[in-house]
Design a protein around this ligand. Structure first.
Ligand code: SF4
Ligand code: SF4
Length: 427
């Protein structure tokens, strides 16, 4: 009996590995070009301040190279029939137009070099550009380049085939294919999350000022291999004052997100800590509603951050406006019931977690329910892995916001449940 895992972020990777190590054949379907999910855009974890890459890269490699795991990247589950113990699944595999067995780092580099098309690089949230043929990120798995057919001139108007002249792995004739897999005993959904779009709060002027950015843009700047080579640079200048604003798109009924996103208090604390390391003389403040430092070691880390002269002030972000080179955050102090303002070189919006925009489509394919906020519904509050549909389990942020350790744990829990079910089906 085989198992299907949908989503190749931390929860899906961990679930796949646990299932495979228990002897089950696993099919892992990931929508993006690489495994890793959103975790790979993060530089360091909290509270350990260890590099995420040092954890994620071996996990991604272990999964990709496991003899019992078949990985489909750039793919999507489009059909599921049957029942627990005997599902039949259809997977649509989209072409990458590059045969990785026929190319190498050198030919990939040459192909990217000759490609005339530049588009915003999604991995770096548009802070730099990539080519139409590109490597998704420095440690992507599978490694090597892919062609984005939406921006490639060959597919737009047939006017280019330059990459094929320098790389033997290019195959413009590669077609989309549908793979049918039967004898699937269990399905684990681990499709992750989207981030809140701050343009949905126009009063925060995200689109108006270059020095109002999201926490993910800030994170990408912290990466030594990122678009700014690890320098915090906005509009060509290093900011000498930074204000972080919590709860952007979370705990906010006006944008239909009444829940707490659980990760942004702590990722902000980490980003503030790293900012202070990079610019020791910077003035750093955090405007927060209340601090959610619930994990092991989180409270102590929060104290460490404050010892670095990071000022925490209670406040709900109400408005941002420009004043010369500065931007001003107007907030409401919820303790004193009075407004205050921070005038600063840079404002970082701690954007929250949202259900993936395609969750409803997948829920329909799988016959699952979504809750009022759009996350997949668990069986009950004491069993957050099982769903109302026998044989289909959920793990990670598709069930609700959580950090990487909790996602890994839920991935393992879902795998254990799936193994138990498949063992029962076999007896
Ligand atoms: S064929 Fe497409 S990917 Fe290749 S070089 Fe031309 S535009 Fe770039
Ligand atoms: S984790 Fe913190 S910043 Fe994020 S929504 Fe919850 S309270 Fe707000």
């Amino acid at each position: 009996m085989k198992s299907l895992v949908i989503g190749g972020g931390p929860a899906g990777l961990q679930a796949s590995l646990d299932l495979a190590n228990a002897g089950y054949d696993v099919y892992l379907v990931e929508q993006c070009f690489s495994l890793g999910g959103r975790a790979v855009q993060i530089v360091k974890n909290y509270p350990s301040l260890t590099f995420i890459k040092d954890f994620m890269k071996p996990l991604m490699d272990d999964v990709y190279n496991h003899e019992k795991i078949t990985v489909f990247t750039n793919s999507e589950v489009i059909g599921v029939d049957g029942e627990a113990g005997n599902f039949k699944v259809k997977v649509e595999k989209r072409p990458t137009y590059v045969n990785l067995e026929e190319c190498n780092d050198e030919s990939c580099a040459k192909a990217m070099d000759v490609c005339p098309v530049e588009v915003p690089n999604e991995f770096n949230v548009g802070l730099d550009k990539r080519k139409a043929i590109f490597v998704p990120f420095s440690y992507s798995v599978p490694s090597g380049c892919v062609i984005d057919e939406k921006s490639c001139l060959h597919f737009k108007d047939g006017s280019c085939s330059k990459c094929s002249e320098v790389c033997g792995g290019i195959n413009f004739d590669e077609k989309k294919e549908t793979v049918e897999i039967d004898d699937i005993g269990s399905i684990i959904v681990a499709t992750g999350f989207d981030l809140f779009d701050p343009n949905l709060r126009p009063e925060l002027a995200y689109d108006k000022y270059k020095n109002v950015i999201t926490s993910l843009e800030f994170e990408r700047m912290l990466d030594e291999n990122g678009p700014t080579k690890g320098k915090i640079i906005v509009d060509g200048k290093e900011p000498k004052s930074i204000v972080f604003a919590h709860c952007i798109g979370s705990r906010d009924k006006k944008v239909d997100n009444p829940y707490c996103s659980r990760i942004c208090c702590m990722y902000t604390a980490k980003e503030a800590y790293m900012a202070k390391e990079k610019i020791p003389d910077a003035t750093i403040a955090v405007s927060y509603i209340d601090m959610r430092a619930f994990g092991k070691g989180y409270e102590q880390f929060y104290e460490e951050v404050q010892k670095k002269q990071v000022l925490y002030r209670r406040g709900v972000a109400a408005e941002i406006y420009g004043n010369g080179d500065k931007v001003v955050l107007r907030a409401e102090d919820t303790l004193l019931s009075e407004p205050y303002e921070f005038s600063t070189d840079l404002i970082v919006l701690a954007v929250g977690v949202e259900p993936r925009s395609d969750s409803a489509k997948l829920a329909k394919v799988l016959g699952l329910q979504l809750d009022d906020c759009g996350f997949f519904v668990e069986k009950n509050v004491y069993d957050t892995c099982e769903t109302e549909k026998d044989g289909v389990f959920i793990a990670g942020c598709c069930q609700g916001p959580k950090d990487i350790p909790d996602s890994l744990m839920q991935g393992s829990a879902a795998a254990a449940k799936a193994i138990g079910l498949m063992q029962r089906c076999n007896t």
